[in-house]
Design a protein. Structure first.
Length: 141
């Protein structure tokens, strides 16, 4: 009698957690297509983080909308980091901004982060204010 066994490996269960924060950032470098913004984020939990955005802007379309994309990095007070890849558009006439992002990596308590966020905001002069919402998952330990 021949007997065989099959081992099925199931991925670790993960639970999605809501996340939201408000960003205030200042333009620090602007040499199109490249730009750099630096600022602060305050999470809905009250936790704070510093942020850096390194990005590129595209060509304004016939409706006055300008695309942008970049790497968005948050450093929380405990030293943990979160990095996102973001993309969005900005109105050259009103300054309105919107877009989305995906968590690319994390360190500390955010090691292995995955998930998505969206944002809306406003650019006034060189100051940007955005509200971010989304959800993330972390691998089980």
């Amino acid at each position: 009698m021949l007997c065989s066994a099959v081992l099925v490996v199931m991925p670790a269960s993960v639970h999605a957690t809501d996340i939201a924060w408000h960003e205030t950032s200042q333009l620090k470098y602007d040499s199109p297509p490249d730009y750099r913004r630096e600022g602060n984020a305050i999470f809905k939990t009250g936790e704070k983080a510093s942020l850096v955005i390194n990005g590129k802007v595209g060509v304004t379309d016939d409706k006055g909308m300008r695309p942008f994309r970049g790497q968005y990095s948050l450093r929380l007070d405990d030293g943990s980091t979160i990095t996102l890849q973001i993309a969005g558009t900005q109105s050259n006439t009103t300054g309105a901004q919107s877009g989305s992002g995906e968590f690319a990596s994390g360190t500390g308590r955010f090691q292995g982060i995955t998930g998505k966020v969206t944002f809306i905001g406003q650019l006034s002069s060189s100051v940007s204010e955005k509200d971010w919402v989304g959800s993330y998952s972390l691998p089980n330990k």
